[in-house]
Design a protein around this ligand. Structure first.
Ligand code: SF4
Ligand code: SF4
Length: 681
């Protein structure tokens, strides 16, 4: 068999050294950035991380989301080709030094493993061409809104197609020239190329010239491709899998616990306060735009898109690499991220609904950096939407965002047979009513309906009454960690005093704070959302429903119950237990649910840019034909009701799940023995 002349080997070696040298220089500047940024421990539980890497990285689980099935599948086809062809690329480079029959051990056509590999290689080549064809069709013909036109993307797709075509041209020419044109079951791509050569009347010798040109083209393309990757969005080819490996292990975002006494800085002001993981995140963005499809701020025209934020931070890091490299003593040379790189409106627009994080195929985290930048703005700069001033003051002085008298916190319960912890010290559950449930006129009705359900089921519960204070959820998400920690400590002390073990709440924000964030401060409890408790009571037949609720009802998932805590079914099951009730789903439901616009402290801020988020959601709910929108969050209920009023919709009501269940309850009320005994004592 003809061996490549030495000149080929020398030339190839020079090319490889040059390409790897340039690649090394580019990569070292990227690595330099990661090394200079703030520390973050993402190294625990390597076993779980590897499992997720296999599932979401190599298995591409998130990419083939049902909503994005076809693009996901196309990506899987291209990804599989890259994985399988890595060995083939080494083989092709090896031919420059070892001759045209060079192959890696066990991968030659003379072994069973080699034949299987060769078949797989050809199949993934076909698969990649299908994937590229689909993406070109998507980008150039369909043009979905989430995919902004990108010359880089078209160039890369053309390059991938080029790699596959040159592979076929070389392989088939090799078969034509050295194997008498004998194809086998394991060379389907070779058979296609061979058929083409023969159809065009090309001789084996001429085909071999074409094949060698294809071989050179292929390998030069590989080296160019390698150097192109770190320059643009295709850097994710290198950083994507590490980013999947270093993902947050807890399903929900929990803001970091700040050491307020000993910290010298608060939140993120400049690039060097971003963590290395935040930089890895922005380097990994594929710009696919999946994070935008159900983002309430993006959809309604606010100046925040997760993808654009990634690009802005990435660009900034690359521009500041030299300053970062000079070390912390030069940090004053770094501009403030807000407002130089990111508009203040951008960080305040986010409702922290969590859609972007659950949608991202490479697990990019948006919430930590938004909250960290808010922290700096609030705790250091005192720069935040003015509406928040009143809210912070109300929480500080009266323990509720409206600043209503702390002493009237339990007034809603009068005449509703609701015991306080002093009246029923042997309670099983503490009912954490929350500020809205205690003060908001509409929510007081929900509290009273819930009391009716609990009393009917004989639940042994008690409320803190005047001793309850705000959980601090909104303060924390608005960046006021100081206020949040004061409120959390205060509640935890009270819980300790009453030996609280189990809590239920009627607000998903309180639920999330108590369940997932109070443990950071030593408060560990079994926490339920009221819809979970109601669903259990119904399942255990502790409440009987008989009054029919003959209505079409649609259910709105609250972000902090659904996406942040993966509870989608309990509220639905509770609703479906109501006789006569017909549940109809909105298009955006469960994980894809659309935020009401109130999370992340947005409840307390004016919405002056773009269209209104609550109206967008309400229109979807009304389109189902439902006469009742069921919800289970005080913020959602307020926003949805406002949306109906703003749009002038008549004949549609928003009700809490507890209200719907309470309206259907069979009397008489059954009281729980332990609670009765405690009260009598
Ligand atoms: S953040 Fe994730 S979902 Fe959004 S564009 Fe980047 S890779 Fe796609
Ligand atoms: S958390 Fe929600 S509102 Fe904020 S950027 Fe992500 S999708 Fe948009």
């Amino acid at each position: 068999m003809e061996a490549p002349i030495n000149l080929t080997a020398v030339f190839m070696l020079c090319l490889i050294v040059l390409a790897l040298g340039i690649f090394g220089m580019t990569m070292s500047s990227r690595i330099q950035i990661l090394r200079r940024l703030a520390a973050e421990d993402r190294f625990e539980d390597a076993g779980e991380r590897l499992k997720r890497l296999l599932r979401f990285g190599l298995g591409q689980k998130r990419l083939v989301d049902p909503e994005e099935f076809k693009p996901g599948l196309a990506h899987v086809l291209i990804f599989a080709a890259f994985m399988v062809l890595a060995l083939r690329t080494i083989t092709l480079f090896g031919m420059a030094f070892g001759g045209w029959d060079f192959h890696l051990p066990l991968l030659g056509a003379n072994s069973a493993t080699g034949r299987v590999y060769l078949l797989l290689k050809d199949l993934v080549v076909f698969g990649a061409l299908i994937g590229v064809g689909y993406f070109l069709y998507l980008r150039l013909v369909v043009k979905p809104e989430r995919m902004t036109y990108s010359g880089e993307a078209i160039f890369i797709l053309a390059m991938i197609a080029g790699l596959m075509i040159t592979e076929i041209l070389f392989d088939s020419a090799h078969i034509y020239r050295f194997e008498d044109g004998q194809t086998s079951w394991y060379t389907p791509a070779g058979a296609v190329g061979l058929a083409l050569y023969r159809a065009l009347g090309i001789s084996p010798e001429t085909a071999w010239v074409v094949g060698r040109v294809a071989w050179w083209t292929h390998l030069v393309q590989v080296l160019v491709f390698l150097n192109f990757l770190p320059l643009g969005k295709h850097f994710h080819v290198i950083t994507g899998l590490p980013n999947v490996y270093f993902q947050r292990l807890e399903p929900q975002y929990r803001p970091s616990k700040m050491d307020l006494e000993n910290s010298e800085t608060f939140g993120v002001q400049k690039a060097d306060e971003l963590t290395w993981k935040m930089a890895l995140d922005v380097f990994s963005c594929t710009e696919c735009g999946r994070c935008q499809t159900h983002c309430p701020t993006y959809v309604t025209g606010k100046p925040l898109a997760h993808k654009a934020l990634n690009m802005a931070i990435k660009q900034h890091l690359l521009e500041q690499v030299d300053v970062l490299a000079k070390g912390p003593e030069h940090r004053e040379e770094l501009p403030d991220l807000v407002p130089t790189v990111i508009e203040p409106e951008t960080i305040w627009a986010c409702t922290t609904c969590g859609w972007c994080e659950t949608a991202c195929p490479v697990f990019i985290e948006n919430l930590p950096r938004i909250v960290e930048m808010r922290r700096h703005q609030v705790l250091v700069q005192s720069e935040f939407p003015q509406e928040a001033t009143r809210v912070f003051r109300g929480m500080e002085t009266q323990g509720n965002p409206w600043g209503l008298g702390a002493s009237s916190r339990a007034d809603w319960a009068e005449g509703h047979d609701v015991p306080t912890v002093d009246e029923n010290p042997e309670f099983e559950y503490l009912w954490f009513v929350g500020c809205a449930g205690a003060y908001d006129e509409r929510q007081k009705k929900v509290s009273q309906a819930l009391a009716r359900v609990l009393n009917a089921a004989g639940v042994n519960y008690a409320i803190l009454g005047k001793k309850e204070t705000c959980t601090g959820d909104s303060a924390r998400r608005m960046g006021n960690e100081y206020l949040f920690q004061i409120l959390a400590q205060q509640n935890i002390e009270t819980f300790k005093e009453y030996n609280v073990k189990k809590i239920f709440t009627q607000c998903p924000h309180c639920f999330n704070a108590l369940k997932n964030e109070y443990p950071q401060f030593g408060g560990n409890y079994e926490v339920l959302h009221h819809t979970q408790l109601i669903e259990t009571l119904l399942k255990d037949k502790r409440i009987q429903l008989d009054e029919a609720f003959q209505e079409l009802v649609t259910y709105h998932d609250a972000c902090y119950l659904g996406r942040h805590n993966q509870e989608y079914e309990a509220p639905r099951k509770a609703l479906q237990s109501v006789p006569g009730l017909q549940l109809v789903e909105m298009g955006r439901n469960r994980r894809q649910s659309f935020c009401c616009g109130a999370g992340g402290g947005r409840m307390w801020m004016e919405e002056t840019i773009g269209t209104r988020i609550n109206q967008n959601r309400v229109q979807e709910a009304v389109a189902t034909g439902a006469k009742t929108i069921a919800a289970n969050c005080p913020f959602c209920i307020t926003m949805l009701r406002d949306g109906l009023n703003e749009l002038g919709v008549e004949g549609v009501e928003v009700k809490d799940v507890a209200e719907i269940v309470a309206a259907s309850i069979k009397l008489p009320v059954v009281r729980d023995e332990p609670r009765q005994a405690a009260e009598e004592a």
